[in-house]
Structures are given as C-alpha cells and as structure tokens.
Design a binder for this molecule. Structure first.
Ligand SMILES: *Cc1c(COP(=O)(O)O)cnc(C)c1O
Length: 387
C-alpha cells in the first residue's frame, strides 16, 4: 500500500534518541528542548519559541495567555481540523465560525470584517457580540495546508477592534509570506509536530512569537506556572511541556526542513501536471498560495459531488494499493459544535465533501507517484461515472 503520509526518520533521529537515553535526559528538561526551540524560532522567523506537548495544547495555552476566558467567543474558520475549536472550548469559550475562501481554504478577512461590522459593538472593555452579549476575545485564522491568507488584512481587523491575533499554523512549518517566514505576522502562531505533519516529533507543538513578554508567559503557563526553586506556583498552569525525547526527534527532523518542504511542493506540482487532463472533467487541485508549504496534496471533485463519490474514489484507489482519504469535516457539522454562532458557511459546506487527499510523504518515489497518478485517473473515471 502506498501510504497517505508517513514520516522520514532516516536522519539523526536515532542518534539523538540514543543520546537522551545514555544521558538519562528523557523528561522535559534537556538540551534538545532548548535546541529545538531555537531551531523552531529560526525556521519560523520569530524571536522565540516554546515547545509544547502537542499542537492542541499549544493552541490552548496561546488562547489562554491571550486572555480568552469562560463564556467568550473566538473567531475561527468553519473549515478546519476540530482541534482548533477544541482549544477554544478548553478555555471555556465558544468558536464563532466563519467561512473560508475557495482560493486558499483559509478564513476570509473580508467576511470577518463584515460579520464584526454587522453583529458587534465596541464597548470600553472590548468587542461584544450584540445578540448574546458575549465578548469577542480573539481572532484565530488557520494556515490550512500551509497556505497563508492576506495577513495584512487580518492585522488591520485585529488592530481596529483590539483583538489578539492568534494563528493555528499547525500544518504550516516551512511556509513563507512575501518571501519570509510567518513567525512575525500574528501575535502568536502555533505549530504541530504530530506524526502526519511535515516535521514530526512523534507528537508535539510549539508557540512562536515576537513579544518577549507574551512568550515568557507561554513558557510559564506550559510549565505548571512554577516559580523556582521551591514548590511555588503563582497561577493555575498546565503541564504542557515537550519532552527531551520528542525534541530529539524534532531536532533531527528540522535539520532537513528545506528538503522536506521541497519534496512536499514537488508532490503537489507533480499531481497538478500529471493529472492536468482531469480538469476537463471538472477536477481541481488543492490550492497553494505563493510560498505555501503544501502540507497535503490531492484533488477536488467537481462542484455538486458529495462525500459518497469521494469515498467511492477512495475505495477504488485502495483496491489498487493506494491510500487516499477524505478531509476535514467542518466544525459546525461536528456534534459538540452544532450550536455555535456562525456566519453563512456555504463555501465550507460545498467544499469539504469533494476533497480527496492523495499520498504525499516526503519520501514518496517517482515510481509510486506514477502509480498514484494512473490509479487516480482510473478511479475518478469510475467514481464520477457512478455518481
Ligand atoms: C494537526 C492540526 C492540529 C492539532 O495538532 P496536534 O499536534 O495533533 O494536537 C490543529 N490544527 C490543525 C489545522 C492541524 O492540522
């Protein structure tokens, strides 16, 4: 079976892990954690980074540190992985879901501005959703697939309404915006190093930013808010730190970041070239903004097609030894989030059922890519015929 996305651990991973065990530094204190944070800060072009146990825990502390509290709202795209919404709920807040743009699969800044204009009022202590009286506590776009939306527009909205700008950059390591890494675009950006991301620690995350004060708070919160050297704690903190074992793997992975991102971009380009003839049948490809890190690649079925067709295509591919999957079901269609406030989300609803992710490991071979392309042509013809 050609897998959807598997990590390449053939660099220094084993050597660094051996070193953790030999030195007994397996927990969250250790040289690899410090080294990993430096490498993440450099790779994202930010002043500092705090390594966390996961992307989700990074998002939770980022929102908590930015002041998101019980009963408040955080603006979020409806089309995202559920972890973005879960992090909001972990703060006791609710997502306010808004639609994405077809051209980027990212939240639309124009829509955010329009929705705020229509539903909110500014009061002395912040921005309020008029209908429910809830405070809007943060704005959280997502860099879907490693695509970076118009961040100047988001910055303008955030500044106008005094909203913290937190980005879910979980799948965006390696992406650039106007030729530069994204670490300084938002107040805080959060990455994930889960097993299916471009760079993995097995599991893990990081919060990056430029404001020393905010990053110090993040470091404090993720390490149980302990005031050393005794057992003193000045806040309710979290045990969200990354371990030295995770960071050891992460350091070895980051040494190969540019190679991995180049491979991801090549895979996307290959499918677009090789499957170009399918555009006649209404098939399109995953969007990529300038500088996108192209985390996942795949195809989008013609408008009007449903999840059923996508699944048919996936099972046809499976028979040919090719792993392919459907993609994120929007947040407002998930049981825990059915009653969240939301804008018109028709773009998200029309899009998600038609998406098919194709094998895109950084280590995928030419021969495997050729097999996938042939399999996709066959499966699409078959699947669309059935639909
Ligand atoms: C992977 C991912 C997350 C979650 O990260 P974990 O490390 O798995 O907790 C959150 N948001 C998006 C957009 C992701 O792709």
């Amino acid at each position: 079976m050609i897998p959807l996305a598997v990590p390449d651990l053939t660099g220094n991973e084993k050597k660094y892990l051996d070193n953790c065990i030999d030195t007994t530094f397996v927990s969250s204190v250790g040289e690899y954690v410090t080294r990993f944070e430096k490498m993440v800060a450099e790779a994202t072009g930010s002043r500092d980074a705090v390594a966390t146990s996961a992307g989700t825990t990074g998002l939770h502390t980022a929102l908590h540190g930015a002041g998101v509290k019980y009963g408040e709202l955080v603006i979020l795209p409806a089309f995202t992985f559920i972890a973005s919404a879960n992090a909001v709920r972990h703060c006791g807040a609710d997502p306010w879901l808004m639609d994405v743009k077809e051209s980027t699969w990212c939240l639309s800044p124009e829509l955010v501005a329009a929705e705020i204009g229509e539903h909110c009022e500014k009061r002395g202590d912040g921005l309020y959703y008029r209908e429910s009286g809830k405070r809007v506590a943060a704005l959280m776009p997502v860099y879907t697939l490693g695509n970076i939306p118009d961040m100047a527009a988001f910055r303008a909205v955030a500044d106008e309404y005094g909203l913290p700008l937190i980005v879910d950059a979980a799948c965006a390591i390696g992406a650039t915006y106007n030729g530069r890494p994204f670490g300084s675009l938002a107040d805080l950006s959060v990455l994930s190093f889960n097993g299916n991301k471009t760079i993995t620690c097995g599991g893990g995350g990081a919060v990056v930013g430029n404001c020393e004060e905010q990053i110090s708070l993040e470091r404090h919160l993720t390490t149980t808010a302990r005031v050393w050297p005794d057992y003193d704690f000045d806040m309710v903190g979290f045990n969200y730190r990354m371990t030295n074992l995770q960071a050891a793997v992460g350091c070895a992975q980051l040494e190969r970041l540019s190679e991995f991102v180049a491979a991801k971009r090549r895979v996307r380009q290959y499918y677009e070239m090789e499957l170009g003839e399918l555009t006649e049948a209404g098939i399109t490809f995953f969007p990529a903004t300038e500088g996108s890190s192209c985390w996942f690649s795949g195809i989008v079925l013609p408008e009007g097609e449903t999840l059923k067709t996508a699944k048919t295509v996936c099972s046809c591919l499976k028979e040919d030894g090719i792993e392919a999957r459907t993609f994120w079901k929007p947040v407002h269609l998930q049981k825990p989030y059915k009653n969240c406030p939301k804008s018109d989300v028709s773009a998200s609803e029309g899009l998600w059922q038609r998406i098919i992710t194709l094998p895109c490991s950084t280590s995928i071979s030419e021969e495997e890519l050729t097999r996938v392309a042939a399999g996709v042509k066959k499966a699409v013809r078959w699947g669309l015929g059935k639909g």
